[in-house]
Design a protein around this ligand. Structure first.
Ligand code: SF4
Length: 702
């Protein structure tokens, strides 16, 4: 008998709705042994039935051959992983964590989570770290994703929600500037919003060092040097001010700090901005004219401007452009961030960040500590303070003062962390590495204990998409024998470490506690229930009580700052952490391709996706290729101060001649993150993934 279940895609932050048919003929599912088939779910408003190749092929992840089906243990350092039962594996983990804590203190145990975990798992992981392990050192890979946008959002508006408006508003704005994002490859069903905007007479401007598939659809493409986005925003603000297009009434009534922003922008003359960015003044003027004269407008950023050592200020400069022109806090106007990971939004709201508690509250705020401690039934004084950010946590592993044991779930830093060879060495130096993952990822291969956990279609759980819409993934089928949910794992470990209560393994029960913990916080989920989500195609937070309709649009009346006014950043241009020089004369920028997702731990196991994107490559401009005597398909070596990666050349005039591009989905010789720079943004602690200095030469072997 077949059953259909309405649920959502396991991958990106769009969280497309889909219908899964289970119990039918596996061959019909389109992938060998896949136990489910994807059907359209046209009624879900975000994607209206459309899915990209990743979503369509997602059932292949559920096939037994693609994943782990029982725990693995290593009996001695350097020895092989062997099969084990759950009791033995959990006993080993609990004993190992307790021993490290006993010898080196609570902060010597680290926890590393992920932006793909459900809200329930993110919440329970944060609670486990603080209540059971008593460690301050918990952070997650979302720090590597949108933390700069989150920090800039909070600084300007007092609250961070990726998009303060629904995607459905995009087609109704007059002019949209998309900075450093490529939804045509990262979230293709979202492209229709940008196409509808143009069909409605609006203008799309794309800022990207590459002429991506998205840039190819734009009315205007600005192609700055990597790291030039901050200066570009200031140049546009300069022209908007010079052209008299500041919305003085809005600035006076709803903002503070414009004088400083104006002074910063006026120091960035168009010809100076052209020198910094490489964008001709004529194109800068065209963009300023289009955005400045539009009645309504939006700026959306993605990883390009955010993954920089000045990411918070770069996003702040783009927000300043919105504020000066009155394009924020009004219908069909505003700044937003295209979050990357599936639960990149919810993952940052419920306490798996080093500096935050559930409800998106500061861990240093006495009132927040008292409230959350009350829900958890502990003394607020017992809650640890802020811990190390993601890269600082990884960088400190095994060093004096750093963590000596790590519990890691929902992440694969061997491929996805910056300066990845260094991070891999740090992971190898741990006393105990425990990895919970559905698959034997590159990081799991290093672990002392590997715990196989359930996936999207095998468990209930909520995520929060890039719009702040809380949605519900429903369990559509049973996991294989030998696989358990992370919630069950945390319950079992808590009990072994002496905490018998407070860690249920039923997702809805955890969600109901999360609602209470979030009450009164920025991300208030109090009025959101599984029943409401299912009935309403998701509910937007904040939603403070059962009768509240949710909040699709923020800031229309006031911003979430103490005085209700948005705050200008007033920042100035500064160089990247690493600029090209004689030894490393080119920029490297990294990114994603359509058929792979993040570290590739899932998508590299899906035959259809692997066939479409089988391995890394290096994109070079024809002029650079000619200078290096490199032909299409030749192996090229890319070397930075941190290491060397080798991959075939792909020659295209879609990239700037001073820049090369590598996708980051693969391990081994072509691992792009061997090269990337871990220089951190001082506010968000975001590493500078998006640019570093490299040299490139022909290679004859990897
Ligand atoms: Fe899944 Fe994102 Fe593709 Fe939608 S766009 S099907 S959520 S990967």
């Amino acid at each position: 008998m077949t059953t259909t279940t309405d649920t959502h895609c396991p991958y990106c932050s769009l969280q497309c709705g889909m219908r899964l048919r289970t119990g039918g003929d596996p061959a019909a599912a389109g992938a060998a042994e896949a136990p489910a088939e994807v059907l359209e779910r046209p009624g879900f408003p975000v994607n209206r039935g459309a899915l990209c190749s990743k979503g369509r092929s997602a059932p292949a992840l559920l096939a037994p051959g693609a994943r782990l089906t029982g725990p693995l243990l290593r009996d001695r350092p350097g020895g092989p992983l062997r099969s084990a039962g759950w009791a033995e594996a959990l006993d080993r983990v609990a004993a190992g964590l307790a021993e490290v804590r006993e010898r080196h203190g609570a902060d010597a145990v680290g926890v590393f989570g992920g932006g793909g975990l459900t809200n329930e798992k993110a919440y329970q992981l944060g609670k486990f770290a603080r209540v059971v392990l008593r460690t301050a050192n918990i952070d997650y890979n979302g720090r590597f994703c949108m933390s700069s946008a989150a920090a800039a959002h909070r600084r300007a508006f007092g609250l961070d929600r990726g998009l303060p408006f629904p995607l459905a508003d995009i087609p109704h704005t007059g002019c949209l500037i998309l900075v450093g994002g490529n939804p045509a490859e990262t979230m293709p069903p979202a492209l229709r919003y940008f196409r509808e905007l143009r069909e409605n007479g609006g203008t799309l401007i794309v800022v990207d060092p590459r002429r991506t598939r998205t840039a190819a659809e734009a009315d205007l493409h600005l192609q700055p040097r990597p790291g030039g986005d901050l200066a570009l925003a200031l140049g546009l603000l300069h022209l908007v001010i010079a052209d008299g297009r500041v919305d003085e009434e809005f600035v006076a009534a709803r903002t503070t700090g414009f004088d400083r922003a104006r002074a910063a922008a006026m120091a960035h003359w168009p010809d100076r901005v052209e020198r910094i960015t490489g964008v001709p003044v004529s194109r800068l003027r065209a963009a300023a004219e289009l955005f400045g004269r539009a009645e309504t407008g939006m700026v959306l950023t993605a990883r390009g401007p955010e993954q920089q050592s000045k990411g918070t200020d770069t996003v702040g400069a783009w927000i300043d452009l919105c504020l000066a022109t009155g394009k924020a806090g009004r219908p069909y106007s505003g700044y937003g961030c295209l979050t990357g990971q599936g639960n990149g939004q919810g993952g940052r709201e419920h306490g798996q960040k080093a500096d935050q508690l559930p409800g998106y509250r500061s861990i240093e705020d006495p009132a927040a500590r008292a409230h959350v401690a009350g829900v958890w039934g502990v003394d607020p004084a017992e809650l640890p303070g802020a811990g190390r950010s993601a890269y600082e946590l990884l960088d400190g592993l095994g060093r004096p003062g750093g963590a000596r044991a790590l519990l890691l779930t929902g992440s694969n830093p061997v491929v996805s962390a910056p300066n990845a060879a260094h991070v891999t060495a740090r992971l190898r130096g741990l006393d105990l590495l425990v990895v919970a993952d559905p698959v034997l990822s590159e990081t799991a291969r290093l672990a002392d204990v590997v715990l196989p956990v359930t996936q999207w279609a095998e468990e209930d759980g909520t995520t929060t998409n890039l719009e702040g819409r809380v949605i519900l993934r429903r369990r559509a089928l049973d996991p294989p024998e030998g696989v358990r949910s992370e919630l069950w794992v945390l319950r079992e470990l808590a009990a072994r470490l002496g905490v018998e209560k407070g860690f249920p393994d039923a997702a809805e029960e955890v969600f109901d506690e999360l609602r209470r913990a979030s009450a009164g916080g920025d991300a208030d989920y109090s009025g959101i229930s599984y029943r409401r989500i299912a009935a309403e195609d998701g509910v937007f937070w904040p939603c403070p009580d059962d009768a509240h309709p949710g909040t699709p649009r923020l800031f229309l009346d006031r911003f979430a700052t103490p005085d209700g006014r948005a705050r200008f950043a007033g920042v100035t241009h500064r160089p990247a952490g690493e600029e090209p020089d004689r030894d490393y004369p080119l920029h490297l920028t990294t990114g994603r391709v359509l058929a792979q997702y993040q570290s590739g731990a899932q998508t590299r196991r899906v035959p259809e996706l692997n066939a479409a994107a089988p391995g890394p490559f290096v994109e070079l401009h024809p002029r650079l290729a000619a200078r290096l005597a490199v032909a299409e398909g030749d192996l090229v070596a890319v070397t930075s101060r941190r290491g060397r990666a080798v991959a075939p050349a792909r020659i295209t005039d879609a990239i700037r001649p001073d820049t090369v591009f590598m996708p980051f989905h693969w391990p081994g010789a072509g691992r792009a993150n061997t090269l990337t720079n871990p220089a951190l943004d001082p506010v968000s602690r975001m590493p500078e993934f998006k640019l570093c200095a490299v040299r490139v030469e022909r290679a004859h072997e990897t």
